[in-house]
Design a protein around this ligand. Structure first.
Ligand SMILES: Cc1cc2nc3c(=O)[nH]c(=O)nc-3n(C[C@H](O)[C@H](O)[C@H](O)COP(=O)(O)OP(=O)(O)OC[C@H]3O[C@@H](n4cnc5c(N)ncnc54)[C@H](O)[C@@H]3O)c2cc1C
Length: 585
């Protein structure tokens, strides 16, 4: 059965439509300063990435899942067959350092274009991509590092000769990093010795590169308790310029339900030599810069997985013959009609498709906001973009990852019992995507972050500004688009009412309602993207436009009404559950 399925095809035309027509990236100096974004220039770049994803990464996806990573008796970890060669190719082709600023030795591409490429690579092989990006993250984390330390480590992270890790989580300290126990003891020469155990460290050990650079959060001996006393350190597996292994060992590789080709390790630091990056006690603040990028990237990966799963499911139901289409008798040449003729099958696929397209636009729009916030020459544009990033990072991270998991499960459903067997390859998407809701700050924590830090902190000002932007876009819809404008206006009324409720609510009620508010705002943001897609497409009526419009209308009737449900659900009295004893659950 696997042999008949189409392999992944990167949606280059769709990406170009979003970048050039919907987001109009060519209008922004923050983007065009670094890159010619005309279609003639962008297409070859995207097609090159598409080719690498389709031909080098996609064929390794199932193999990597089956083989997984192995910790050898000497503590070293091996990745699945083919990963090392593909990694070397990725480095040679330059796919690993696209967003790294040119001053640090990278390509300095805008985030919005890099995100489009990240989507293709993650569609093809999510596990593989867990090892990449360390040039960019390294440059970010080492921006304020001692120049000699930067010189020793950053160039090799950027070139892809070495890979980094983000070592924060400990067995007893996940969301609450203030509980961490890893300690750093100062040495006379200004270096530190670190001791402690970290868990769930992606790429903690592997055979892709000779050295691994761990960015470790730890508490300097005598530092205050809690999150205020945490500092950021660079701890290499092998100290640069020497061949002496440092006191860093992999204790085990986590046995995971998915992402099995990504080595997620428990790491022991035993008197390991390390160096402080930046000022003491600023570690969490520094790491959160990286986390915000990682959360945006989570949204991109969510799109990637949903797209790939949808392609597989659509390919399957177009070929699989079962039953008769409604209203058809049995006199056809084939013994049965393809599943795609069944209305319920179409409903499922359209539910996925009508999510994936605006989700792609939202993830790319968010990446564009980062370009604007960092590089626009206009201060008003920079400030406005920074506000959007603040408000919408939890949405892009959490709502897209939740909906992507649902999309993957629905895609699996299209295979019936064949979806439950490994050989069809569809169940891997659900297993791999599951991680997105759990890590980089679990989604429940994202909801609290959205409401407490983004909505309540500025008394809803940033939220209202975003709603006004959506309102203005709806007003531009030409006559005849009531099937989009009316549901969007209803959703805006509901989300404004929900925000007013939260702004006046008691803390328990805020905590209870946060998740529904986040989901609702995510749906409104996706609806906004549909409005922009329809506006961008309206001038050019052709078959593709007709299909897009049908998808937009489907979203308005299928997904968007959940906003009203969320509003009703979140305003229920939290006191009913908060007064119950823990045994009631
Ligand atoms: C595949 C994978 C790769 C990972 N890679 C890395 C890595 O490279 N580096 C690294 O440092 N870590 C990594 N992690 C760890 C990941 O970041 C943590 O698992 C995550 O932060 C959650 O912590 P926890 O697992 O301890 O869950 P907990 O903190 O125990 O949370 C459990 C649940 O309780 C909820 N919760 C917790 N606190 C609150 C609160 N205050 N309010 C409301 N709800 C709350 C959460 O939403 C969650 O649903 C990885 C994890 C996985 C699965």
């Amino acid at each position: 059965m696997t042999g008949t399925l189409p392999s992944y095809r990167a949606p280059v035309d769709e990406t170009l439509f979003i970048l050039n027509r919907v987001l109009r990236i060519g209008d922004h100096d923050a983007v065009t300063a670094n890159l010619d974004v005309s279609e003639e220039a962008l297409r070859p770049l995207l097609e090159g990435a598409a080719r690498f994803a389709e031909t080098r990464l996609a064929p390794l996806n199932a193999r990597g899942d089956a083989e997984g990573c192995t910790r050898r008796p000497d503590g070293r970890v091996t990745t699945p067959g083919g990963f090392k060669e593909a990694f070397d190719q990725s480095v040679a082709d330059g796919w690993s350092n696209l967003a790294v600023p040119a001053r640090d030795g990278g390509h300095g591409l805008p985030y919005v274009v890099t995100a489009a490429i990240e989507e293709y690579l993650n569609s093809a092989n999510q596990s593989f991509c867990m090892y990449t990006n360390w040039g960019f993250y390294g440059a970010l984390l080492m921006a304020n590092a001692d120049p000699a330390l930067r010189e020793s480590y950053l160039p090799k992270l950027v070139s892809g000769e070495w890979i980094g890790t983000m070592a924060m989580t400990e067995p007893h300290a996940g969301t609450d990093l203030g509980l961490m126990r890893t300690k750093a003891f100062p040495e006379a020469d200004g270096s530190f010795r670190l001791s402690g155990t970290k868990m769930f460290i992606s790429g903690g050990d592997h055979d892709l590169t000779d050295n691994i650079v761990h960015f470790v959060l730890a508490r300097i001996d005598g530092a205050p308790d809690g999150s205020r006393g945490i500092s950021l350190f660079l701890v290499p597996k092998v100290v640069a310029g020497t061949e002496t292994p440092n006191g860093v060992t992999c204790g085990s590789v986590e046995h995971k339900m998915g992402l099995r080709a990504s080595a997620t390790c428990t790491m022991h630091f035993d008197d390991a030599l390390g160096w402080l990056i930046g000022e003491p006690h600023q570690g969490l603040r520094q790491m959160f810069q990286l986390m915000n990028h990682a959360r945006r990237l989570t949204g991109v990966i969510a799109v990637a997985g949903s797209e790939a799963a949808c392609q597989r499911a659509a390919g399957h139901v177009r070929e699989r013959l079962q039953g008769r289409a409604p209203g058809r008798s049995g006199a056809a040449i084939e013994p049965a009609d393809p599943l795609i003729e069944q209305p319920d099958v179409r409903r499922v696929l359209m539910a996925i498709r009508s999510f994936v397209e605006p989700a792609r636009a939202l993830a790319l729009w968010m990446s564009l906001q980062l370009d604007l916030a960092e590089r626009s020459r206009d201060e008003v544009v920079r400030t406005r973009a920074a506000g959007r990033i603040q408000l919408l990072t939890p949405i892009v991270k959490a709502v897209l990852s939740d909906m992507a998991l649902d999309a993957a499960l629905q895609a699996q459903q299209m295979f019936g019992g064949h979806g439950y067997v490994v050989e069809t390859g569809i169940e891997q998407y659900a297993r791999d995507l599951r991680m997105l809701s759990l890590a980089e700050g679990a989604n429940g924590v994202q909801a609290m972050d959205l409401v407490e830090r983004k909505l309540l902190r500025d008394d809803g000002a940033g939220f209202r500004d975003f709603i006004a932007e959506i309102d203005a876009a709806i007003a531009l819809l030409p006559a005849g688009h009531d099937h989009i404008a009316l549901p969007m206006r209803q959703a805006l009324d509901d989300i404004v009412e929900a925000s007013a409720y939260l702004l006046a609510a008691r803390p328990d009620d805020v905590g209870y309602g946060a998740y529904d508010f986040m989901t609702a705002l995510g749906l409104v943001a996706l609806g906004y993207m549909w409005v922009r897609i329809v506006l961008a497409d309206d001038v050019q009526r052709n078959d593709t436009s007709a299909v897009r419009l049908a998808r937009a209308i489907f979203f308005m009737t299928h997904h968007l009404p959940v906003v009203t449900t969320c509003l009703r659900r979140m305003t229920a009295d939290a006191g009913i559950i908060s007064k119950l004893p823990a045994t009631a659950f």
